[in-house]
Each structure stands twice: as structure tokens, then as C-alpha cells.
Design a protein around this ligand. Structure first.
Ligand code: SPV
Ligand code: MG
Length: 541
């Protein structure tokens, strides 16, 4: 895909096409998509046609499309394309001064050149009521060309003078006379337009042309003329002026009629571009590649998801998969977590597997395996992913389902270690065993930004000391990774470490340092899957 990889200016490229020793061709484009398709076909330049740009905007080719509107479209093309545009500037959008504004704006937008025609504003298309259209006085048009050349801020910018002499019924001599005057005024090339069905009229012009400037033609009506004939006649550039739009019109009419009549797209699928092709033309892969380059700085978060266990009391749901793969509203719990993490910009997600690792392989994640998960438990799992615990890392249980704002809050925290605590205390009296947390202050009942810190944590904290429950998500940043690993090693060194869990590690941290672990309070909006009842209500989160 062409992301303006070459530094040669568009004006220079267009000039080279005009000055090439053999005939060259350019093709119409009316938006960035058609321009991309033209470029991919190996064609060296674009004609931004007033006919097709107006039609694509639902307007007539009667100077109805404004300068501002057309400049916006041209900008979307030059932002993407690597081939130059010759812009069909009609009569220059007014008198000499308007044309000067146009030229300056085209130079700013890296348009290679402009073609203006010797008609009067508002002009109409050359193939509509052509003979009744007045030509501009030669002197006035020559002055406009001079003004344009004086205004260009890009020295290679191309101004093409188009004479409509043959279109309005004048003879070759009149056309030659006008063309000579325009070259004297500074035009870089002449476009000789004809509505004849054969090349003969333009050929006649060429046989009498002095050759003082390159000549461009538009074989819309004499389309079957071979390129060699143009070449032999001395034509420098052929413009296929409207073919992309016309191709699109036919294809779109077929689709609209078929769907309109049959109410199904069943028989169309093979005839239309697959959605994959749409993505390719948009350079969707380029975004992924860009993310790797530009979003993988030290400041982006990674994650470790602990998903080794089978879970208790979920036997029938975990015969062939670990707990994290239990579907919630049709999607495995861990997939939901990964979606939320990616949506929040968390990269490099590592999953620690244990039970049925082959059944836990979501796309795009890294894996650490803890085959001894039944013996060494949660701490063994975290230790096995030690290499991934650095910088900014979220650590989460794989069976937690949460609303995305919870992760967002966690990622915005700036403490070395931050944990999310549900302060609703809904578990009290329920008999549910949870990671109970004692915090420096209770959960606020109204909006409150005061900082809270973990003081103690255990499954058996007395009710009156319990401010909430840990939801199974924490985040380290800066020195936090090192602090957590230090506490992990201390706890792992205890003889009963296989019975211990992350709760013990966080307690150890809080014990060492009163303000080591920051607490973010939430109220609901999450669930962890520990029972069939949890599975049933998990779709509501
Ligand atoms: C255009 O493409 O808008 C042109 C060429 O000006 S023609 O339609 O032949 O006039
Ligand atoms: Mg036009």
C-alpha cells in the first residue's frame, strides 16, 4: 500500500508524464477509493474530472460543485495516493483572481496540476448543448493562465490550457490559434477536446500543431482509437475521463435492482467484492502494523491472566475445558476479558494455562503453562509468568467478567500497585467465601477522590473490619512489578505456599509498606464464575 512513500513531488511526476517521449495515459478518479484502484492497476496518474466529481456529489457538471467541496475530495486523494492528479478546474472558478486562489490551494494540497478550459462560468459539460456555449475571449483566458502561473507556489505545478474551439464548432485553425496564444501566456500543455466519434479531428489538429507544448486529448467519444495512433500523432497524454464512475454506476444499479426486487443478497455475493477486499483497500493491515510500531512503547499496558484452574463445583461445564473457557452469553469468559483489554489498549496479553491447556488458545495471546497447577496453585501460576511481569501489567483471574469501565479505572491509576475492591459488601451474610479487604477508608457513598490503601486482606477477616471484596484484578506499574515479585517470593518461601494465593501476596505487600497498594472502589458491575448460579447470572454483567 502506497503511503506516500516516494518524495518526488506530484507536480514533477505529472510533468514527467507530459514530457515523456511516448504517449502516456491517466484515468479518472472521483474519490480516494477509485484513486487507489487506479493506482493499483499500475496507471501513472489521475484525472479528477468535474463531470464525475459533480456526479458523485449528486450535482450537475455545471460549475455546481464549489471550490471548497472539490478541494476536500482532492485532499483525501493526495493524502493517500502516490500518483499525481491533474485536476479538471473547469473555468478556474471565476476570473483570474479566483483562479489564483485555486492554484495556491492546489499547490498546498500537493495536486500535480490543473486544467482550465476557455469557456464562461458557469460552464456546462462539453457533450451537453456544446455548440451553444460561448468561448471565453482569448485575451481574457490568456490573462487567467498568466495569473495562474504567477500564483503557483510549487515550481513544477502544471497548468494545462484546454481549448473548446472544436467542441463549439470552430475549425482547426481557430483551435491552433487559441492553443498558440495559451502557450505564449505560459500554459505548460494544451488539451484539445473533440466530440467526434473518430480521432480524425484531433489528428488534424496535431498535424498542424507547432509542437511548442505537449498535447493532451480525451477520447471519450473516439475510445476505440489504439494507443499507437495517439503516439504516432504526437499526443503526450491521453485522459480516460469518466470510466471509473461509469463502471461503478452499472455495478451499483445491478446490486440495487437485485436487492430491491428479490429482497435478498444471496445471488450477489459472488458478483460483489468481499468485505475482506474492502479492508484491504482501506489498508486495515497497515493499522495493525502501525499499532505494533507506535503503540508498543513502554507506556502501554500488558496483562497476565491466571486461567490454570478447572474450578470447583463446575464439573459438568469443565469436562473438556478450563473454567475460563465457560461460555457466557455464547462467548468464553476469557474472550470477553481479552476483548475488554484490547479495547482499553492493553497489549501483550499472557495467559497462564494449567487444566486442559489445549482448550485454551485464544488468538493473539501469549501462553505460559503451569502443568503443576493442582499442586502449586495460583502462586505457582503467577511465578510461571514471572518474565511477563514488568512495566505496566494488569493481573487478573481468567474467570472474572467485568464492565469495561472497571478496567478503564484501573488503567488510569498511577500507584505502583492498584487493586479493585467492590465496596458494596453484598457477600456479607451470603456464606460466599471471598477475598475480604480492609482498607484505610470505607467505600465512599458519593463521588469522592480521596486515596485509599490496602491495610489487610484475608478470607476470614471479621465483618466489621471488612470494607469490601477484591474482584481479582490488580495492576502494577513502575516499581510495582518488583514490589509484587518480592512479596510473591516471600510467600512462595513459606512451607504452606501451595495453599496460599494472591490474597497472601497482597497482604504481605500491605504489611511491608502501609501505602504499597492503592484501592479503587467500585460497586458491582463484575462477577467471578464460581458456581452454576454465577454462570447463569454472568450474562447480566
Ligand atoms: C470531465 O471529465 O469533466 C471533462 C471531460 O471535462 S468531458 O466530460 O469530456 O468534458
Ligand atoms: Mg470537466
Amino acid at each position: 500500500m502506497n503511503q506516500n512513500s516516494t518524495l518526488e513531488s506530484n507536480s514533477k511526476k505529472l510533468r514527467e508524464l507530459l514530457e515523456s517521449p511516448r504517449v502516456e495515459q491517466i484515468l479518472e478518479a472521483h474519490n480516494s477509493l477509485s484513486a487507489t484502484i487506479v493506482e493499483e492497476a499500475g496507471i501513472s496518474g489521475l484525472w479528477a474530472s468535474s463531470l464525475t466529481l459533480s456526479c458523485a456529489a449528486g450535482l450537475r457538471d455545471n460549475s455546481e460543485l464549489t471550490m471548497t467541496e472539490v478541494l476536500d475530495v482532492l485532499e483525501t486523494i493526495t493524502a493517500r495516493a502516490n500518483i499525481p492528479i491533474l485536476f479538471d478546474g473547469d473555468t478556474g472558478y471565476g476570473q483570474f483572481s479566483h483562479f489564483q486562489q485555486l492554484v495556491r490551494k492546489l499547490c498546498l494540497r500537493r495536486v500535480g496540476g490543473v486544467c482550465i478550459e476557455d469557456k464562461i462560468f458557469p460552464k456546462t459539460n462539453s457533450f451537453l448543448r456544446s455548440e451553444s456555449q460561448p468561448l471565453a475571449p482569448v485575451e481574457e483566458f490568456a490573462g487567467k493562465l498568466r495569473a495562474g502561473k504567477d500564483a503557483q507556489t510549487d515550481s513544477d505545478f502544471v497548468v494545462v490550457a484546454r481549448t473548446e474551439a472544436l467542441i463549439v464548432g470552430l475549425d482547426t485553425a481557430a483551435a491552433i490559434d487559441r492553443a498558440e496564444r495559451y502557450v505564449e501566456a505560459g500554459a505548460d500543455a494544451i488539451l484539445i477536446h473533440s466530440k467526434e466519434r473518430t480521432f480524425g479531428q484531433v489528428q488534424d489538429f496535431m498535424s498542424k500543431w507547432s509542437g511548442r507544448a505537449p498535447v493532451v486529448c480525451v477520447p471519450t467519444t473516439y475510445y476505440s482509437t489504439p494507443m499507437e495512433a495517439f503516439d504516432q500523432a504526437g499526443i503526450s497524454l491521453v485522459i480516460w475521463a469518466n470510466h471509473m464512475l461509469r463502471a461503478g454506476i452499472g455495478a451499483m444499479q445491478n446490486v440495487a435492482n437485485e436487492i430491491g426486487q428479490k429482497g435478498t443478497a444471496r445471488d450477489l455475493e459472488d458478483a460483489i467484492a468481499p468485505v475482506k477486499e474492502v479492508f484491504r483497500l482501506q489498508d486495515a493491515d497497515g493499522l495493525l502494523a502501525g499499532e505494533k510500531v507506535y503503540l508498543s512503547s513502554g507506556s502501554s499496558s500488558s496483562a497476565i491472566v491466571l486461567a490454570a484452574s478447572r474450578g470447583k463445583g463446575l464439573d459438568e461445564l469443565t469436562v473438556d475445558r478450563p473454567k475460563a473457557m465457560i461460555p457466557v452469553a455464547g462467548t468464553p469468559a476469557i474472550e470477553k476479558m481479552l476483548q475488554s483489554m484490547r479495547a482499553e489498549g492493553v497489549k501483550d496479553i499472557s495467559i497462564v494455562r494449567g487444566y486442559k491447556p489445549e482448550a485454551l488458545a485464544p488468538e493473539g495471546a501469549n501462553f505460559f503453562d503451569n502443568p503443576d497447577w493442582e499442586e502449586n496453585g495460583e502462586l505457582g501460576s503467577l511465578a510461571s509468568a514471572r518474565d511477563a511481569l514488568k512495566g505496566e501489567t494488569v493481573i487478573a483471574y481468567g474467570d472474572v467478567i467485568f464492565k469495561r469501565y472497571i478496567l478503564h479505572l484501573l488503567l488510569s491509576a498511577d500507584a505502583p500497585v492498584t487493586m479493585v475492591v467492590d465496596g458494596s459488601r453484598s457477600f456479607l451474610g451470603s456464606g460466599r467465601s471471598v477475598d475480604r479487604v480492609k482498607v484505610s477508608g470505607p467505600a465512599p457513598s458519593t463521588y469522592d477522590e480521596s486515596e485509599n490503601w490496602l491495610e489487610a486482606m484475608a478470607g476470614d477477616l471479621p465483618d466489621e473490619e471488612t470494607h469490601g471484596e477484591w474482584i481479582g484484578m490488580l495492576r502494577v506499574r513502575g516499581e510495582g512489578a518488583e514490589l509484587l515479585l518480592g512479596a510473591l517470593d516471600t510467600v512462595l518461601a513459606r512451607p504452606d505456599s501451595s495453599q496460599l494465593d494472591l490474597c497472601s501476596v497482597l497482604s504481605e505487600l500491605a504489611l511491608r509498606e502501609p501505602r504499597a497498594v492503592r484501592v479503587i472502589y467500585i460497586q458491582g458491575g463484575w462477577i467471578d464464575i464460581n458456581s452454576l448460579a454465577d454462570v447463569a447470572r454472568s450474562g447480566d454483567v
